[in-house]
Design a protein around this ligand. Structure first.
Ligand code: C2E
Ligand code: CA
Ligand code: CA
Ligand code: CA
Length: 278
């Protein structure tokens, strides 16, 4: 029994070491990607619930490494956040979005809103506002086009400090979206004070809404709350016509999901728009 215990402890620590090594490998590779090497943004359309018209696009990070291959955000974003590398990577994302906005504008294809995701560490980073200001200017981004998506839990973390930064972001003409709404613990009191434009209902509620009446109830509550606060409400992860219909019936303003389009390179998005006659 004694040796068995030692063996399993050994096995356990071996597994830990392997995992730590994998993490380190990824972190080392990410460090090289921090200047944008191997990174791209894919764009997912967001449409009006009633008409299906293109309302905006969300930029989602893609990473292709020569040895590791294509690594999904679910794998590398947590490593980037824990290591702090999300700050330079996130700065690249913001600049790339602004560069793409300028390219779209030149081609007469600029969507109304172009959002990218922001991590907590970026929001707390003192260089964020200067970087935003510099990018907006360098790529002549029109007011109100660029938007940042932040999660609910991120905002509720240190409300007063966040409020100050959010107001400054807003003053730059950059919009704010609360992502994954319904999964955190928003205080309605604070929600009211945040200078936000839109709520995005988390995919988990959309996924379960037709089977689970509590999910549907949450969706109705979030839409009602959003509208009371004068916000646009969007649902993410819409995959079926039935979900789209139920969400539209519930007065959800905008829809995003595979039903309309997957995240795709800018060129594919242009074809997507043409095909829909948008
Ligand atoms: P998110 O911001 O909630 O993005 C939505 C995720 O759901 C994306 O996954 C998207 O591809 C996926 N999705 C969209 N529609 C559907 C659908 O109909 N069905 C299903 N099953 N999935 C759908 P992705 O691209 O793998 O990104 C995952 C997460 O990684 C994002 O969640 C976001 O939190 C994070 N992320 C991605 N890019 C960035 C970035 O540039 N910066 C930061 N900080 N985080 C990012
Ligand atoms: Ca998002
Ligand atoms: Ca989301
Ligand atoms: Ca999500």
């Amino acid at each position: 029994a004694k040796s068995e215990g030692r063996d399993s402890a050994q096995f356990y620590s071996q597994e830990m070491t392997e995992r730590a090594q994998q993490r380190l490998t990824m972190e080392t590779a990410l460090r090289q990607a921090a200047d944008g090497e191997g990174l791209t943004l894919h764009w997912q359309p967001r449409v009006a619930a009633g008409t299906g018209a293109l309302m905006g696009v969300e930029g989602l990070l893609r990473w292709q490494h020569p040895d590791l291959g294509a690594v999904s955000p679910a794998q590398f974003i947590p490593v980037a956040e824990e290591s702090g590398l999300i700050v330079p990577i996130g700065a690249w994302v913001i600049e790339e979005a602004c560069r793409q906005i300028q390219a779209w504008q030149g081609a007469g294809q600029l969507p109304r809103e172009v959002s990218v995701n922001l991590s907590a560490l970026q929001l707390r980073h003192p260089g964020l506002l200067d970087h935003l200001r510099a990018c907006l200017q360098r790529y002549a981004v029109p007011q109100g086009v660029l938007e940042l998506e932040l999660t609910e839990s991120m905002l509720m973390d240190s409300v007063e400090a966040n409020l100050a930064v959010l107001r400054e972001i807003r003053a730059l003409g950059v919009g704010l979206v609360i992502d994954d709404f319904g999964t955190g613990y928003s205080s309605l009191n604070y929600l009211n004070r945040f200078p936000i434009d839109r709520l995005k209902i988390d995919r988990s509620f959309v996924l379960g809404m037709l089977e689970d009446s509590t999910h549907l109830a949450v969706i109705h509550a979030v839409i009602g709350l959003g509208h009371t606060l004068g916000l646009t409400v969007v649902a993410e992860g819409v995959e079926t016509e039935a979900q789209a219909q139920a969400l539209t019936q519930a007065r959800c303003d905008e829809l995003q999901g595979y039903l309309y389009g997957r995240p795709m390179p800018a060129q594919a998005l242009a074809r997507w728009s043409e095909d829909r006659g948008a």
